[in-house]
Design a protein around this ligand. Structure first.
Ligand code: SF4
Ligand code: SF4
Ligand code: SF4
Length: 315
């Protein structure tokens, strides 16, 4: 088997996907027998892009530097893998799409209560583009591995498959498939927020009136959050059903399920989800697959919430 050479690059991201390599633990030794990592910002200070069989790109496109780096990876790598939810969907930074770059810069550099106000950098960092964009809006992508970051099991399978020259075998099921909580009918009559009481440890969050995105989120994590008492926030991105069927929508799917499992009205659940839409769509709102849905009106939902807040109406 010929040696597989690997380049990696990070664009606008938190670096978590690169740090996730360490989560491979001893398995990384198996991989290193078959691959040669030539370029990796977290390991080496190489600035150029040698030719490689495989390119792993984490992070979204947010400025001119990201565009150049993405293109350099495409030009130098035979196969490009969009690695993590930022590269695949725009990731959590996509929530910034509902603000202008000037508003974001002011919030970070001027109005931040925890730092000394200072002007945003103007020369050292290329300016923010008006929106965050997924990787495949700039270059052709061969494989997608969402997750924030993807679980080591999936990272290992993706890299092993590339080394062996086959398609990765990854689940198409939702997070619920790996969650042990019981989905069952309850008498709960009102939507709860995460700060309302302590959820039962064994019953499905939806049965208890808490929003959990597990049923509309693709499993790239093995359900660590619901297994440890925390509802899923959908960081791996939506299931194939949500992504591919225009009228299927995160909030209506959750509302259908929760209303069947409780005594809460479907419209009340939808209204609650719209009020917290920034949380529920934060990982995928930058992708056209979500942003162009006829059922997706995040700007309106946020404006409605803001108007209620300013009018002193209860949220
Ligand atoms: S997908 Fe998540 S872990 Fe990976 S770079 Fe983006 S924010 Fe960080
Ligand atoms: S909706 Fe959430 S709590 Fe319920 S089964 Fe799915 S992942 Fe588990
Ligand atoms: S359970 Fe949900 S929020 Fe938690 S890691 Fe998995 S996809 Fe992300």
């Amino acid at each position: 088997m010929s040696e597989v050479t690997v380049n990696t690059e990070w664009l606008s991201d938190c670096s978590g996907c690169h740090i996730a390599i360490v989560d491979l633990h001893e398995k990384i030794l198996n991989l290193l027998q078959a691959i040669k990592i030539q370029r990796c910002p977290v390991l080496t200070d190489i600035k150029d892009y040698p030719h490689a069989s495989v390119g792993l790109v984490s992070g979204a496109i947010r400025n001119e530097h990201d565009r150049h780096a993405a293109q350099a990876m495409r030009d130098s790598c035979d196969i490009v893998l969009a690695w993590g939810s930022c590269a695949v969907f725009g990731g959590p930074a996509g929530a910034g799409n509902i603000h202008t770059p000037a508003e974001i810069a002011a919030a970070v550099y001027l109005d931040n209560k925890t730092t000394i106000p200072s002007p945003p950098p103007s020369r050292e960092v290329s300016p923010l583009e008006s929106v965050v964009s997924p990787l495949d809006t700039v270059i052709e992508v061969d494989l997608y591995l969402p997750g924030c970051p993807p679980h080591p099991l999936f990272v290992f399978e993706a890299l092993s498959a590339l080394v062996e020259g086959r398609q990765p075998e990854v689940s198409r099921r939702s997070v619920c498939a790996k969650c042990k909580r019981r989905m069952e009918k309850s008498e709960v009559a009102a939507v709860r927020s995460n700060s309302d009481g302590i959820p039962d440890a064994e019953q499905c969050f939806l049965s208890q009136g808490y929003s959990c995105m597990g049923s509309v989120t693709i499993d790239r994590c093995l359900a660590p959050c619901p297994s440890n008492g925390v509802p899923c926030t959908g960081c791996a991105g939506a299931t194939m059903q949500i992504l591919t069927e225009p009228n299927r929508d995160i909030r209506t799917e959750i509302a259908d399920r929760m209303s069947r499992l409780t005594r809460i009205g479907r419209e009340d659940i939808i209204a609650s989800l719209e009020r917290s839409a920034k949380s529920h769509y934060s990982y995928t709102m930058a992708t056209a697959m979500i942003g162009n849905k006829p059922t997706f009106h995040i700007k309106k939902w946020i404006e409605d919430e803001q108007a209620d807040f300013e009018a002193g109406r209860e949220l």
